[in-house]
Design a binder for this molecule. Structure first.
Ligand SMILES: [Ca+2]
Length: 180
C-alpha cells in the first residue's frame, strides 16, 4: 500500500488480490476524516461456469463430484442444482455448502422439491464468513433442487463473483472386525 500526502488529506493506493481478482483501488481520507474509496477501472468480468445455463428449475444441472465452482457471471444469474438422495441416505445428515466465496460475495440457499416450487424443510441454515450451508435430513429418496442466489447485485458479474458448492452425504462407517 502506498500512502500519498496531499494538501487536503491522505490517499492510499491499495491492490486487493483474491484467488481470481486483482483489483486496484484508491482509498482517500479527507482532512475532515471522511474515507472515500475509488475503484481504478471496472473489475474484470466473470466467465459463465460449466453448469450454465441453469437459471431455472427446468435447467438445473446435477451436482457431480464433491466440489464444483460456480460463478454469478451476470447481474441476474442464479444457479439451480439437482441433488439426488439415494435410499441409504434417508434420515442421515446431508450438508449443502456454498464456501470459498470471493470477496464480498454472500449467497442465499433454498431447497425445493423436484417441482422447483414446493419448499423442502431442513434442519438448519448457517451463515459463516465465506461459508453458508444447509443441514438437512431427507425423509425420502429422490431428486431435489437447490437454488443458489447472490445476496445482492454487488456479488455478481465480476471476477470475484464465485463460490464453491460442496455436497456431503454423511456415511456411517461399517463396523471394523479385527481378528479371527
Ligand atoms: Ca446460473
Amino acid at each position: 500500500m502506498t500512502l500519498v500526502r496531499s494538501d487536503t488529506g491522505w490517499a492510499a493506493l491499495q491492490v486487493l488480490v483474491s484467488d481470481r481478482c486483482v483489483v486496484p483501488r484508491i482509498e482517500y481520507l479527507t482532512s475532515s476524516g471522511h474515507s472515500v474509496e475509488l475503484s481504478v477501472g471496472a473489475r474484470p468480468a466473470a466467465a459463465a461456469d460449466a453448469s450454465e445455463p441453469d437459471n431455472t428449475a427446468a435447467t438445473a444441472k446435477a451436482h457431480s463430484g464433491l466440489v464444483r465452482t460456480h460463478t454469478f457471471h451476470t447481474t441476474t444469474d442464479v444457479d439451480w442444482v439437482k441433488v439426488t438422495v439415494p435410499a441409504w441416505a434417508i434420515g442421515r445428515p446431508i450438508y449443502l455448502r456454498a464456501l470459498n466465496m470471493g470477496w464480498g460475495v454472500q449467497v442465499n440457499l433454498d431447497l425445493y422439491q423436484a417441482d422447483g416450487i414446493t419448499p423442502v424443510p431442513y434442519d438448519s441454515l448457517y451463515y459463516r464468513e465465506f461459508e453458508t450451508f444447509i443441514l438437512w435430513e431427507s425423509q425420502a429418496a429422490g431428486t431435489y433442487l437447490l437454488r443458489v442466489a447472490p445476496e445482492h447485485e454487488d456479488a455478481t458479474a465480476h471476477c470475484d463473483a464465485y463460490y464453491d458448492l460442496r455436497i456431503d452425504f454423511a456415511q456411517i462407517g461399517l463396523p471394523l472386525i479385527l481378528g479371527h
